[in-house]
Design a protein around this ligand. Structure first.
Ligand code: ARG
Length: 406
C-alpha cells in the first residue's frame, strides 16, 4: 500500500508531521557507502547563509565543506546548520497542516549516539521532554547520520508509541489492526506481550544497527502519556474504554539536509483531533468505532441517508478534543489548524518562499469544505531539506521485516 494521500491510503493525516508512511514518499534510500552529493551540500549552504545573515558570507564555509567531502566523503553540519535544516525540513513538508510554528521546533543534537540502547534511551527522554506535563513541545532528536563507511541506526517503528494488534480466533484484531503483522513479527522475535492483552498495549521500540542487528526495548511507563476518552455529554462513552497517546512522534522518516541523511530522527508536533477521532478510531481498518458509537447513540443505521456515520463521527471527535482538554494535553481542532495554515501560507509568500502542500493531506478528513484549506490549490513541487518515508522503512514499520542490514 503506502501513500496516496492521507485520505486514501491507510496512511494518516496531518499536522506537525504524519504517521503512516510519513511525509514525502521517495525511494532515495541511501545506504552507507555513497558519497555526499556536493551540489546538494552547496545548495543547502547557500540557503543557510541567505536566511541567516548573522552567519556571514557563505564562501569560507563552502570551501571547507568541499574539502571535508574530498577527504572524508561527507561533512558534519554545525549545530546551527542542523537546527535550521531540521526546521526547514518541517517547513517544506507538503503533508503537514501544522507548519506555522516550524521555526520553534526544538532540536536535540544526538549525532554522537549510534548504539541501539543509547538511541532507545534518548527516544524515551524525547517522549518525556516533548510531553512536558501536557504542554506539548514540537521536538526532533537527531541521531548519527548515514556515513560513507558506517550506516546510521534505524528505528523500525512508525512512531515511538504505537499500539499492538493481535489476531484473534474470531478473525478480528484486538488493538490496532494497522500493526497486526508488525506485532506478530515482534512476538516471533521474542517480544512478550502483556499477560492480559488489551486494545492499547504499547509496542516495544525496535532499533537496528549494523553491528547489533534489531534490538527491542519496552517503553518505560513514565514515557508514555495517554488520555482516556470521555464525551462531554454521553456518560456511556467512557465505558468504551478508549484512550490515545498524547504525543505523535514519527520515527521512521529519514531527515535529509544538504545531501546528508539522518535515518533516525524522530520528531513530533501535537495532535489535531481528527487524526485520532476521524482516522485512528474512525477508519474501518483501524479501531472502527463508528458503528459502535452510532448504536449507543440509538441512531437509525438501517439506511445510509440518515447520515448516522457522520453523526457518530462528530461525537467521537468531540470526545477526543474534550478529553485532551480536560486532561490538560495540547490538541487542536481542524478549523483552528486550517486557519493557522493559511496564516502560514501568507507568511511564506511574504518571505518570498514557495510553500509546497499536498491537498489530499492538508484537507481534514471530516467537514473538509467547512475549512478554508479546502477551497484552493497549492504548490506541489518537493523541496529539500525534507523528511522522506522510504519504501523499505515503511515496510519495516508495517511488516517488521526485512532488516535494514540483513
Ligand atoms: N496521524 C498520525 C497519528 O494519528 C500522526 C501524524 C503526525 N501528526 C501530528 N500532529 N504531528 O498518529
Amino acid at each position: 500500500m503506502t501513500t496516496l494521500g492521507g485520505q486514501v491510503a491507510g496512511a494518516t493525516t496531518t499536522s506537525g508531521a504524519t504517521d503512516a508512511s510519513g511525509p514525502v514518499e521517495q525511494s532515495t534510500a541511501r545506504r552507507g557507502g555513497a558519497e555526499t552529493d556536493r551540489a546538494a551540500a552547496a545548495e543547502f549552504l547557500e540557503m543557510f547563509h541567505a536566511e541567516n545573515r548573522r552567519a556571514g558570507p557563505v564562501a569560507r564555509r563552502m570551501a571547507s565543506v568541499m574539502r571535508e567531502i574530498d577527504s572524508t566523503g561527507t561533512y558534519w553540519h554545525t549545530p546551527e546548520e542542523l537546527a535550521f535544516g531540521a526546521r526547514v525540513a518541517w517547513r517544506n513538508n507538503a503533508r503537514c497542516i501544522g507548519r506555522l510554528y516550524w521555526n520553534s521546533l526544538q532540536v536535540r543534537d544526538l549525532r554522537g549516539v549510534s548504539d541501539a540502547a543509547g538511541v532507545a534511551e534518548h527516544c524515551f527522554d524525547h517522549l518525556r521532554a516533548a510531553n512536558s506535563g501536557g504542554k506539548i513541545r514540537p521536538m526532533i532528536s537527531v541521531f548519527a547520520p548515514e556515513g560513507p563507511s558506517l550506516p546510521a541506526p534505524r528505528i523500525w517503528n512508525e512512531q515511538l508509541i504505537r499500539y499492538a494488534g493481535y489476531g484473534q480466533r474470531n478473525g478480528r484484531v484486538l488493538g490496532d489492526p494497522r500493526y497486526h503483522t508488525f506485532t506478530s513479527k515482534l512476538i516471533r522475535r521474542g517480544w512478550r506481550s502483556p499477560e492480559r492483552r488489551g486494545a492499547f498495549d504499547v509496542l516495544p521500540l525496535v532499533v537496528e544497527t549494523v553491528e547489533e542487528g534489531p534490538q527491542m526495548f519496552d517503553l518505560p511507563s513514565d514515557a508514555v502519556h495517554e488520555v482516556p476518552l470521555e464525551h462531554p455529554e454521553f456518560s456511556w462513552f467512557a465505558e468504551l474504554g478508549m484512550r490515545w497517546h498524547a504525543v505523535p512522534v514519527i520515527s521512521n522518516n529519514r531527515l535529509e539536509i544538504g545531501g546528508v541523511s539522518y535515518p533516525a530522527a524522530p520528531f513530533n508536533g501535537w495532535y489535531m483531533g481528527t487524526e485520532i477521532g476521524a482516522r485512528n478510531l474512525g477508519d474501518s481498518n483501524r479501531y472502527d468505532l463508528v458503528p459502535t458509537v452510532a448504536e449507543r447513540m440509538g441512531l437509525d443505521t438501517s439506511n445510509e441517508a440518515t447520515l448516522w456515520r457522520d453523526r457518530a463521527l462528530v461525537e467521537i471527535n468531540r470526545a477526543v478534543l474534550h478529553s485532551f482538554q480536560v486532561n490538560g494535553v495540547t490538541i487542536s481542532d481542524h478549523h483552528t489548524e486550517s486557519s493557522r495554515f493559511l496564516t502560514h501560507l501568507g507568511k511564506e509568500e511574504r518571505a518570498g518562499r514557495r510553500c509546497p502542500a499536498d491537498w489530499s493531506w492538508i484537507v481534514p478528513p471530516m467537514s473538509g469544505s467547512q475549512t478554508p484549506v479546502f477551497h484552493r490549490y497549492y504548490d506541489t513541487e518537493d523541496l529539500v531539506p525534507n523528511f522522506f518515508g522510504d519504501d523499505d522503512a515503511t515496510r519495516r514499520a508495517l511488516e517488521g521485516s526485512p532488516p535494514a542490514f540483513g
